[in-house]
Design a protein around this ligand. Structure first.
Ligand code: SF4
Ligand code: SF4
Length: 73
């Protein structure tokens, strides 16, 4: 795991852009829940697969994604 990616699910509009751009395919829309806007918010189960590329955060139109890079020694 090279990064920790978090989503502000309250503001996610479920557009799926982050799902499609993630090179390791670890982002998905959580069909088991809806936020206050009525959307299935983006989430990640397998954070081990995150390479901290930041593409999801850059493409999100509502800037609700934060990627924290982990520096290993
Ligand atoms: S930082 Fe890159 S690998 Fe990690 S969730 Fe975002 S797009 Fe996927
Ligand atoms: S790109 Fe942003 S608004 Fe769209 S599904 Fe992903 S987190 Fe939600």
């Amino acid at each position: 795991m090279k990064g920790i990616t978090t989503f502000d699910q309250y503001y996610c509009k479920g557009c799926g852009l982050c799902v499609h751009i993630c090179p390791t395919n670890i982002i998905f829309l959580d069909k088991t829940t809806t936020n206050h806007k009525g959307y299935n918010p983006a989430t990640i189960n397998n954070m081990e697969g995150c390479i901290a590329c930041g593409q999801c955060a850059r493409i999100c139109p509502d800037s609700v994604i934060t990627v924290k890079r982990i520096n290993r020694v």
